[in-house]
Ligand binder design. Structure first.
Ligand code: F6P
Length: 382
């Protein structure tokens, strides 16, 4: 048996742990493993009109070996030694590599999308691969599902720091991101208090506010703004004024990048282009300016950004990632293709990829964590 592993979409701490678990579990069964470079890029044919329209290509040097080795990297015990604790992915990743919507420059000079999925299937056959472990978030799993419908034997592994994949209690990377965000909120608290300031921290979370909610509650934020609860800026300011009146001259506001005001929209930093999704960012600065203007309080804002995607995975994320990797090999052994491994505590089980894609797991407004936060007096701006 020859299996390939690919990591797609934004990276998340724990990807390397999944890779290691897949490789070691496969080797126990006498199987061979290959890593696909940079999402699905390592399976595209070289040359021709193949270059990515925005100028990036996969055929750079393999940094683990210091030499160019093409799109597939043979993975044995040596290649995955000592990587469980490493952030990022040794295979590289991209959130711009959808084979069904590949952006390319058309003869008229404009950029359009072409379907390159057949190349993936051809390369798969040429390399005599028997199965693919596709590790990624909603976008990558949707691609995996389409490839599966075309006959590719795929098993998915859910990944995202945003924790918004449906059907799994958690995705690896989330716990690490929350830990990083909580640490940032803690650090900002002391300087906010020293200077009697309001601090607004913008965290990741495009559609779901899991990171903001968990780190805001853990970091004792006064206001948490999440995409699931459109906020009224006056209510946010009321909370700050209320604290001011009770002698608390500083406040901490945690806002998810996808949060939006009542009757308003998300703040877009970069519009979507062919093959890409829009980039969010800037709501933190807008909220800070509004607070300053309405309350007169000196207010600073900070975007934590990609720091949340980096660093060594927490123990929880390592364990989840290792369990997912091992379960993915189990799924291949069982011939359960088109499935995705999911965390259904206390076990790791499997669902159909089709059942988890195309929608997000949002924060439940009646959920325990929201209720706990409200019970502690945290404002959601509603
Ligand atoms: O999906 C994970 C995520 O971290 C989102 O929260 C965020 O909007 C996005 O990735 C950022 O992606 P990029 O690396 O393209 O800026």
């Amino acid at each position: 048996m020859r299996i390939a592993i690919s990591t797609g979409g934004g990276d998340a701490p724990g990807l390397n742990a999944v890779i290691r678990a897949v490789v070691l579990s496969a080797r126990q069964r006498g199987w061979e493993c290959f890593g696909v470079r940079r999402g699905f890029d390592g399976l595209y044919k070289r040359g021709g009109p193949r270059r990515f329209a925005y100028g990036k290509d996969w055929s750079g040097p393999d940094r683990r070996r210091g030499e160019a080795r093409g799109g597939l990297i043979p993975l044995g015990a040596d290649e995955v030694r000592g990587i469980t604790h490493l952030g990022g992915t040794i295979l590289g990743s991209t959130n711009r590599g959808n084979p069904f919507q590949w952006p390319t420059r058309l003869p008229d000079g404009t950029i359009g999308e072409i379907d390159r999925s057949d190349e993936i299937l051809e390369a798969f056959a040429e390399h005599r691969l028997d199965a693919l472990v596709s590790i990624g978030g909603d976008g990558t799993l949707a691609i995996a599902h389409e490839l599966s419908r075309k006959g590719l034997p795929v098993v998915g592994v859910p990944k995202t720091i945003d924790n918004d994949v449906v059907g799994t209690e958690a995705t690896f990377g989330f716990d690490t991101a929350v830990s990083t965000a909580t640490d940032a909120v803690d650090k900002l608290h002391t300087t906010a208090e020293s200077h009697d300031r309001v601090f607004v921290v913008e965290l990741m979370g495009r559609y779901a506010g899991w990171i903001a909610l968990h780190s805001g509650l853990s970091g004792s934020a006064d206001v948490i703004l999440i995409p699931e609860i459109p906020f009224d800026i006056e209510k946010v300011c009321d909370k700050i004024r209320e604290r001011e009146a009770s002698g608390r001259h500083f406040s901490m506001v945690v806002v998810a990048e996808g949060a939006k005001p009542l009757n308003g929209t998300v703040v877009v930093k970069e519009e979507a282009r062919a093959g890409t999704v829009e980039r969010l960012g800037g709501i933190g600065a807008e909220v800070a300016a509004a607070i300053n203007q309405r309350t007169g309080k000196e207010t600073r804002s900070l975007v934590l950004g990609h720091l949340q995607r980096g660093g060594s995975p927490t123990t929880f994320d390592r364990l989840l990632a290792l369990r997912f990797g091992s379960a993915a090999v189990g799924a291949i052994e069982a011939g359960d293709f088109g499935s995705v491994v999911v965390f259904t505590p206390p076990t790791v089980s499997r669902r159909r990829i089709a059942d988890v894609i195309g929608r997000q797991k949002l924060v439940s407004l009646e959920g325990g964590i929201i209720m706990t936060a409200r019970g502690l007096g945290i404002s959601f701006g509603d």
